[in-house]
Design a protein around this ligand. Sequence first.
Ligand SMILES: NC(=O)c1ccc[n+]([C@@H]2O[C@H](COP(=O)([O-])OP(=O)(O)OC[C@H]3O[C@@H](n4cnc5c(N)ncnc54)[C@H](O)[C@@H]3O)[C@@H](O)[C@H]2O)c1
Length: 318
Amino acid sequence: MKSTILVIGAAGQIGSELVQALRSAHGRDKVIASDIHSSPPEVLADGPYEQINVLDKAKLAEIVIAHKCEEVYHLAALLSATAEKNPALGWDLNMNGLSNVLDLAREGHIKRMFWPSSIAVFGPNTPKDRTPQRTIMEPTTVYGITKVAGESWCEYYHKRYKVDIRSVRYPGIIGYKSAPGGGTTDYAVHIFHEALKQGHYDCFLSESARLPMMYMPDATKAVMEIMAAPEEKIGLRTSYNISGFSITPAMLADAIRVHIPEFTIRYEPDYRDAIAQSWPSSLDDHMAREHWGWKPDYSLQAMVEDMLLNLKKKVPVE
Ligand SMILES: NC(=O)c1ccc[n+]([C@@H]2O[C@H](COP(=O)([O-])OP(=O)(O)OC[C@H]3O[C@@H](n4cnc5c(N)ncnc54)[C@H](O)[C@@H]3O)[C@@H](O)[C@H]2O)c1
């Protein structure tokens, strides 16, 4: 039987785009999308789909073994803002879901796996500018705590059981094809939809909350490249800092105004602003660049231009 690729949590913001990229690269039938929902969203309907709750280890093992899923992308997680509302579920899903996948890799069923970490691993005591790969972490959210623990758990499985695990610390991801799933950086997607629909956006972060961000095509490229790299190039088995551009809501609003001059924004920071304040402003990603050749393609301006171009085709503007 030929081996296949499995994406867990495929119906989310990143998964729905990653599945499309993987299907283009490897063929539609080779990539199995899976999520907790009983049926796939339309964007995943062009290839195989399985309902998998990643916390159901027996069902997960059954699918992985039955379809010889030797490459797995594990994306199911409770994101930063949502996990603060239900910390126990955040811990359970983010830690036990990861453990279930790692165990199947330890048993030899999965040969190579990807699991994303996040800039949420960092906290208020972390140096904020050009945050180094290795530095003080001390996250304050349950999401960040699970990502730090998850990174060490991945490294442990690599050292102890030779699991080929690869990971990047994603910054906030901006894309036009899928909706964000309850993170602190979701504003950077909502702002485009509201700019086109209303010409106005009420922002839940403060004007000066500067955070590292990345355009979805770069986020997808990072996964594809780290997974394709020869094993000896992956010198880090915790997770790599990768960076796109660093922006505040005010900078993003200005960049949108270049194309929509009448666009207005009002700042009404809520609990998510405190989370944003505890995260880095920018990242030092030289290790990813040196080890496996990471280099983003999109600047802030290029991203804004492409987002507006594509969303205008989707959002009817009066
Ligand atoms: N989007 C970002 O800006 C960002 C930034 C940093 C890291 N990440 C990481 O990337 C990964 C994917 O993020 P995303 O933005 O696509 O998240 P998302 O919330 O959009 O998608 C997560 C998916 O997981 C599914 N899911 C939830 N519980 C599940 C379960 N028990 N079993 C199977 N599936 C389940 C959900 O239905 C959803 O489709 C996560 O690990 C996240 O921490 C995302």
